[in-house]
Design a protein around this ligand. Structure first.
Ligand code: KG4
Ligand code: ZN
Length: 335
């Protein structure tokens, strides 16, 4: 069966994957340079770019090996590569590699929007996905609520006006002296704390679907300065409750306004225990399917990029060699 090779290098993960024409993941390899960034409390673009340069070749090779393919295998019908948004130096490594393979193997390639890739992730684990679908896409770099009428058909209902949800987790973790990335550690601590310990505001209570986490971040800093006696677990639980309250309120509003058949989570923050439970509960309440992808599919990977590319290539959207990376490519601008 024909397959597409996916390549993802928009942030700190160097990833390659092979996906077949029926959206089955044949192989998926993810290498992260995160250990090099921990000491800095966030991804250092220069280090990430350099790591991609040394890792991209072996990672692609391993994805092909795992799929039982030779580099020139005629089964490879196309290449999909993230061309934005992301770190420019990192994007360029993946894009250059994709162009080189495309030329060498004589197959088309297509530049894929990273966020559209995330939207295709649930499709790889649940082929019986029903549309329309409402997706909450929350990661370290992005936070959006998207209405999808079908694969590749999306409308951004709202997005963060300042920090992304994961970014807020990482910044609060840093403030609390926890490691990077902060989300998993805060989530773990929160399960042992009391959410009522700190009084924190829930931002963006209007009827629109935009999000905001900057005010909450400031409120946590202020509250912890004023109430130094509050335990770390309780701070984590209070912060997590405020983040999820905002996200779930907005999702509920969107579910009330738009008739959909499923609700999905995507992005690294989709690993959050409270958020997953809340989305599952909303799905039950509205009598629709809740799609909670596995962690490997929530975080950055190349299978989701291959899936989006498969759709784009079958739509006749192949790119040409003049394509450049677009570090600020908005999902709303993907047509
Ligand atoms: O999608 P991702 O792997 O990378 C991008 O940002 O594209 O997401 C990483 C983000 C980090 O900010 C991390 O702190 C957050 O996801 N995260 C979590 C959890 N696990 C990861 N946030 C809250 N709760 C978690 N369990
Ligand atoms: Zn991502």
């Amino acid at each position: 069966m024909p397959v597409v090779l996916g390549i993802e290098t928009s942030c700190d993960e160097t990833a390659a994957a092979v996906v077949d024409a029926e959206f089955h993941v044949i192989s998926s390899v993810v290498e992260s340079s995160i250990d090099q960034h921990r000491a800095f409390g966030g991804v250092v673009p220069e280090l990430a770019g350099r790591a991609h340069v040394t890792t991209i070749g072996p990672v692609v090779r391993r994805a092909l090996d795992d799929a039982g393919l030779d580099p020139h295998d005629p089964a490879i019908e196309g290449i999909a590569v993230t061309s934005g948004p992301g770190l420019i130096g990192s994007l360029l490594v993946g894009l250059s590699a994709a162009k080189a393979y495309s030329l060498a193997w004589g197959v088309p390639f297509v530049g894929v929007n990273h966020l559209e890739g995330h939207l295709f992730a649930p499709l790889l684990e649940q082929s019986d996905l029903e549309w329309p679908l409402l997706t909450l896409l929350v990661s370290g770099g992005h936070s959006l609520i998207v209405l999808q009428s079908g694969p590749g058909q999306h409308e951004v209902l709202g997005e963060t006006i300042d920090d992304a949800a994961g970014e807020a987790y990482d910044k609060i973790a840093r403030w609390l002296g926890l490691g990077y990335p902060g989300g998993p550690e805060i989530d773990r601590l929160a399960q042992e704390g009391s959410a009522g310990a700190l009084k924190l505001p829930v931002s963006m209570t209007g009827a629109d679907f935009d999000l905001s986490f900057s005010g909450l971040k400031t409120a946590v800093v202020r509250a912890t300065q004023q109430h130094t006696e509050v335990a770390l677990e309780d701070v984590a639980a209070s912060f997590q409750a405020a983040v999820c309250e905002q996200l779930l309120r907005k999702l509920r509003g969107a579910l009330e306004k738009y008739e959909v058949r499923g609700v999905a989570l995507a992005g690294g923050v989709a690993a959050n225990s409270l958020l997953r439970a809340g989305v599952q509960q909303l799905a039950q309440e509205f009598g629709i399917v809740g799609h909670l992808p596995t962690m490997a599919m929530c975080t950055d990977n190349a299978a989701m990029i291959a899936a989006a590319g498969l759709y784009r290539l079958s739509n006749g959207d192949a790119s040409d060699l003049s394509l450049s990376a677009n570090p600020n490519w908005q999902l709303a601008d993907v047509t």
